[in-house]
Design a protein around this ligand. Structure first.
Ligand SMILES: Cc1ncc(COP(=O)(O)O)c(C=O)c1O
Length: 359
């Protein structure tokens, strides 16, 4: 196979990040591998993580994502964070997937039609999915005499990186919820609320953490205390080099005008590969040990860079879209900041056309 753009996945770093999160949290890990493991390749990432004994589950967003993992040979327990729809029930039974249940509609759907266990999710402040604490009695009554086993209780932080007051309130509220279940004889194997940003909070009554971005090596906040390293670097090639003259305009819309005669390179990586179009005229890539700026509009399959200050560039030279050389670094976070978004989105945007290579 010949490819022009590829993403290198450093499996040693993935394992080390996972180890560091485990050591810091002193808890088991439910590894979040949804959205193709944040763009890293969910089957490949799951194959690595499923060998780690304190990684107890792999978390996906949908039943379809769970099915893909099973078809890829993954044996570990799979938790489907996004719950269950009627037409997905067969997948849960057939592929041995476990749903997160967050309302009575979903609970009723499973009644008599699903033979596995569930996690119950409570809304303590995110206001996305989740039962309210007031629902507990009704849930307990519903479960009486049913075969459904509650394997986990969970909640979710919306703002662990920015709002300690809300987060601490959620930790207390969720503890009350867990206590009520325990008093009523429901003792789940897994109790979890912490995402990566939430790792800095103490939460002794939880026995596992549900983390994604920190495993992939991106800090969820500037003050994140755990030593982690970026797992994915993204690379492409220069496919053509040419000269332009002072006054020439570059790419769609002519949004860049050369102020002097310049050497430019065309790289085989555009917005269809995951380079945000917002980086037009403002982003960089790394060529050799230097930064080369993006000039003009990023196009679907190609991007134009300024090679004027790069020593002896050649067609076929590798460029780093995301990664580090001996002097410079372009991180998911630095790209995200330029685009006024979060590193999660930039990672997920790296498209299927970019071949994932596991190192
Ligand atoms: C329900 C849920 N739990 C856990 C996570 C993991 O969060 P993080 O990647 O910030 O660790 C996510 C991520 O979006 C999520 O939606």
């Amino acid at each position: 196979m010949v490819y022009r753009s590829w993403a290198e996945i450093d499996s040693k770093r993935l394992i080390q990040n996972t180890e560091n999160v485990h050591k810091y949290s002193k808890k088991d890990i439910l590894a979040v591998v949804k959205a193709d493991a944040y763009g890293h390749g969910s089957i490949e990432i799951s194959r690595i993580l499923e060998n780690i004994n304190y990684v107890k589950k792999l978390c996906v967003a949908t039943a379809e994502e769970g099915k893909e993992l099973r078809e890829g040979g993954i044996k570990k327990e799979i938790l489907v964070l996004g719950g269950v729809l009627k037409e997905e029930l067969d997948y849960f039974n057939e592929y041995n997937l476990q749903p997160v249940i967050s309302d009575f509609n979903q609970l009723q759907l499973l009644d008599g039609k699903y033979s596995g266990s569930i996690h119950l999710k409570f809304d303590t402040g995110m206001h996305r999915l989740g039962f309210y604490p007031e629902d507990i009695n009704r849930i307990l009554n519903f479960l009486k005499g049913k075969k459904l086993i509650v394997d986990g209780l969970m909640s979710h932080f919306p703002s662990a990186d920015t709002d300690p007051e809300l987060t601490n309130h959620q930790i207390n509220q969720f503890k009350n919820i867990v206590d009520i279940f325990k008093k009523n004889g429901v003792n789940p194997r897994f109790v979890h609320i912490q995402n990566s940003a939430g790792l800095i909070y103490r939460c002794d009554y939880c026995n596992c953490v549900r983390v994604g971005i920190s495993l992939y090596g991106e800090k969820p906040s500037d003050k994140f205390p755990i030593n982690i390293k970026t797992v994915m670097s993204v690379k492409s090639k220069i496919i053509s080099i040419k000269e332009i003259k002072k006054g020439d305009r570059v790419s769609y819309g002519g949004r860049f005008e050369a102020k002097r005669n310049m050497k430019i390179g065309i790289i085989s990586f555009g917005y269809a590969d995951g380079l945000p179009r917002e980086l037009s005229n403002k982003g960089f890539v790394l060529v050799g040990n230097k930064k080369a700026r993006i000039i003009g509009s990023v196009t679907m399959d190609m991007t134009i860079i300024d090679l004027s200050d790069i020593k002896n560039p050649q067609v076929d030279d590798t460029v780093l879209i995301v990664g580090k050389n001996s002097q410079e670094e372009i991180s998911f976070n630095s790209i995200a900041k330029m685009c006024n978004t979060i590193p999660y989105e930039i990672m997920c945007r790296i498209s299927k056309r970019v071949k994932r290579i596991i190192l």
